[in-house]
Design a protein around this ligand. Sequence first.
Ligand SMILES: [Cu+2]
Length: 177
Amino acid sequence: MSRRILLKLAVAGCLSVGLAVAGTVGFAASIRTVDMNDQCDPATFNAAIGPGTCIGNNGGVSFDTFIAELSRTEHAGAWHFAPGVVQVLDDEAFQGRNTGGEFHTFTEVDEFGGGFVPLLNLLSGNPEPAPECDPAANPEINFVPPGGVSDPKVEKPGVHHYQCCIHPWMRTDVIVR
Ligand SMILES: [Cu+2]
């Protein structure tokens, strides 16, 4: 990841925290969460991409192992949304919760697609970015830092696709009924 992308992440992360504080009154009931997991190894990820890329202590997967698994299978299994399908009621709020060590996004897209990191799009077999994954074009991209949550949302009945715009194989369907 380039310095420019990291800078964008930092800026957008601050924006999304600001939005979360400003825009989320009135959710007294419990909020359904989708966990955004990873097992980045801080030493090797930060050496490869830059300081602060991985600040978690779930550890376990070195950068080389991550790239090798991605190249072989088009996903890195420890990087995933859980559950992969979530059912909520039509007045029930839900959000993404980052339990990993890297930034993730919790972004609604019309169709699943690539994110904004070309190398990860290539290796995961998602050459075509989802338009909603352009941070400059979509203020609701929902960057979530490690330990953070996205701003809660309530959606209309139907199936809503959410993905990470950094690691585009991280996906879930939110089914509202
Ligand atoms: Cu991610």
